[in-house]
Design a protein around this ligand. Structure first.
Ligand code: 8X3
Length: 254
């Protein structure tokens, strides 16, 4: 039996990297996309050495459709048989009230989280259709479900991922292509460091007094989904740490 292949955007850190490691451990082939060529190369070297798995890397910023198109145009035939596309690349920038936020921040969030995911999906569909199979696993967020102060644009961007995924599931119905949206709550990665632009103290305060989710927890969820029988499609999953009920209620220990 030929090896299975997972394509991961935002593959060099956080949930993307942990998913890459887990699937490599299970003998899958990896296609890793990131805007950072040097990070891609170091992850490729590390995972190849550790897991001896075939890896194909693609350098592109998902928000740059020309870069994405170029990266896809160069995918060799032997790498075009893809089983899962994990649309993971995404970010939050800032947590100020919308009226006080920076235009460049909210444009970047919309460009990466919404338009980037949509462009990547559009480029992936011909490969899935050609092989009459495929599975989009899209990273939403609890922010898509419960809006919070200072999150207007980030929450809107993840709500767009949620709605887009639902539409995609409908439109891809004739082609046996699965679509699942995963909505994680507080996952401790570099997400908050990026959001607060390197302010480590602010970033750490998000997870203070609780055990958060980790990237590897969400990787396990992706692995679970990958192993569902062919006739089963999990539409939507909301995942929080034990100490988080939703985006407004936390059980923080002093
Ligand atoms: C990350 C979850 O609550 O920080 O998507 O928006 S939250």
């Amino acid at each position: 039996m030929s090896l299975k292949t997972i394509f991961i955007s935002g593959a060099t850190s956080g949930i993307g990297l942990e998913t890459a490691k887990l699937f490599a451990q299970h003998g899958w082939r990896l296609m890793l996309l990131s805007q950072s060529n040097h990070k891609l190369i170091s992850v490729k070297i590390e995972l190849e050495q550790h897991y001896k798995c075939p890896i194909y890397i693609l350098e592109a910023d998902v928000s740059n459709k020309e870069q994405l198109k170029q990266a896809f145009a160069h995918i060799p035939t032997e790498w075009q048989d893809i089983d899962i596309c994990l649309n993971n690349a995404g970010l939050a920038l800032g947590k100020d009230a919308f009226q006080d936020s920076l235009e460049e921040d909210w444009e970047r969030m919309l460009d990466v989280n919404v338009k980037g995911l949509i462009h990547l999906t559009y480029l992936m569909i011909p490969f899935f259709k050609k092989h009459r199979k495929g599975y989009f696993i899209n990273l939403g967020s609890t922010a898509a479900k419960w809006v919070y102060q200072g999150g207007a644009i980030y929450c809107a961007s993840k709500a767009a991922v949620d709605t887009f995924s639902e539409g995609l599931r409908i439109d891809l119905l004739p082609f046996d292509i699965k679509v699942t949206t995963i909505h994680p709550g507080a996952v401790e990665t570099n997400f908050s460091v990026v959001r607060f632009k390197g302010d480590i103290e602010k970033a750490q305060s998000i997870y203070q007094g609780l055990t958060p989710l980790y990237g590897k927890d969400i990787a396990e969820v992706v692995w679970y989904l990958a192993n569902m029988p062919k006739n089963v499609v999990v539409n939507d999953m909301v995942i929080t740490p034990l100490a988080q009920a939703n985006n407004h209620y936390f059980n923080r220990k002093k």
